[in-house]
Design a protein around this ligand. Structure first.
Ligand code: NAP
Length: 333
């Protein structure tokens, strides 16, 4: 399978490292797997014979790769010319319009290229359209890393709960707010101090609103609702309240009654992100940067999975999606 990676930052690079290290697993499904192209915002590298992964991992800028580099070459051009079978898309998230990932994914699916993405933007904006396009063109469209990072919630439901009906989902879907609330809970710090430390430790952006106002968690709820509960949810449908108003006093009072305040996303009749009192012995009561997703289904009743929602563990979700595409292609060949 010929593969390209569009967006060569933290995720794209880490995927190349893992592809290089776990070549034996890839070979089990596809002996002809080749990474033929990689792009970022400045250009792309393309070689139909396959790229040298060791060399790729050593360079800082794609231009250092040498003669296969096309300066200013667009990712759309790479997608078109590569004749690839699979595109991994890992460009920055823009929830306003899903770009640039939305155009890349549409382009790939339109010409029959399977897609694996870690980018929430395109799914928040156009989940139904992209799913329909994938179906029409017999393409896989996988997005495990978009919600709760390394936590395999979509694979769990798709593979292990395929006969269940998902009735309700709740989750701790944002590691930054969970870190802040955990710090307030365990160290009795104020919201402001906990946020400052999260920023110093690069767990939060300089502009923290995307996390602390619940925007990131709301995006993830929309994706979960559409992918797992057949909804046609939009970002605007989510009732959203962040954690800026949570005081140390409120956290302490809750703690005395054996509760923790957590930013919980819930999909029930409505979609809601809001601070909630979670009993300390409830499986959703995870701390630090951990994420947790709790699904309630007709047959299994309740299942919770917990894991890392961002950072170096995320490559697990992307790599396993790639393997799923290779495995399915092998069984249908
Ligand atoms: N990092 C995580 O832990 C994590 C976890 C889950 C999901 N995600 C999602 O995964 C995606 C990638 O994350 P990341 O951490 O790898 O981001 P990143 O380090 O910022 O990398 C983004 C890459 O996309 C490239 N890019 C930007 N604009 C582009 C354009 N118009 N066309 C082509 N390439 C473009 C950047 O190129 P330049 O360097 O040239 O700008 C860079 O190579 C994001 O949507 C993120 O939300 C990340």
């Amino acid at each position: 399978m010929k593969t390209i990676i569009v967006g060569f930052g933290f995720i794209g690079r880490d995927l190349v490292r893992v592809i290089n290290e776990k070549r034996d697993i890839i070979t089990k499904y596809d002996r002809n797997f080749k990474l033929v192209g990689v792009s970022n915002s400045k250009g792309y590298i393309y070689n139909e014979e396959g790229l040298d992964l060791e060399k790729l991992l050593k360079i800082k800028n794609l231009s250092e790769y040498g003669k296969n580099y096309k300066d200013n070459g667009s990712s759309l051009e790479l997608i078109q010319k590569s004749n690839a079978d699979l595109m991994v898309e890992a460009t920055p998230t823009r929830i306003q319009d899903g770009e640039p990932g939305l155009s890349y994914i549409k382009k790939a699916l339109n010409i029959g290229i399977h897609v694996v993405t870690s980018n929430k933007g395109p799914l928040v904006v156009a989940f139904q359209e992209l799913s329909a396009l994938a179906k029409k063109n017999n393409c896989e469209f996988l997005f495990e890393a978009t919600v709760a990072g390394a936590v395999p919630i979509f694979s769990l439901v798709r593979e292990c709960l395929q006969g269940d009906k998902v009735k309700r989902i709740s989750g701790i879907l944002n590691g930054t707010t969970n870190y802040i609330l955990s710090k307030m809970y365990f160290e009795e710090t104020s919201f402001e101090l906990a946020l400052k430390e999260a920023q110093e430790r690069k767990i939060s952006e300089k502009d923290p609103s995307y996390d602390v106002d619940g925007i990131d968690a709301a995006c993830k709820l929309v994706i979960l609702a559409n992918a797992l509960m057949d909804r046609n949810a939009k970002f605007e449908d989510v009732e959203r309240l962040g954690i800026r108003g949570i005081t140390q006093n409120a956290v302490s009072l809750a703690k005395k009654s054996k509760f923790a305040i957590k930013l919980v996303g819930t999909i029930d009749k409505k979609l809601e992100v809001a601070p909630k009192l979670v009993p300390i012995n409830h499986p959703l009561c995870v701390h630090g940067t951990l994420n947790a997703v709790h699904v309630e289904t007709d047959l299994a009743n309740e299942i919770t999975i917990i894991g890392y929602g961002a950072g170096k563990e995320t490559v697990s979700a992307v790599f396993n999606d790639v393997l799923t595409v290779l495995k399915k292609a092998k069984t249908t060949a």
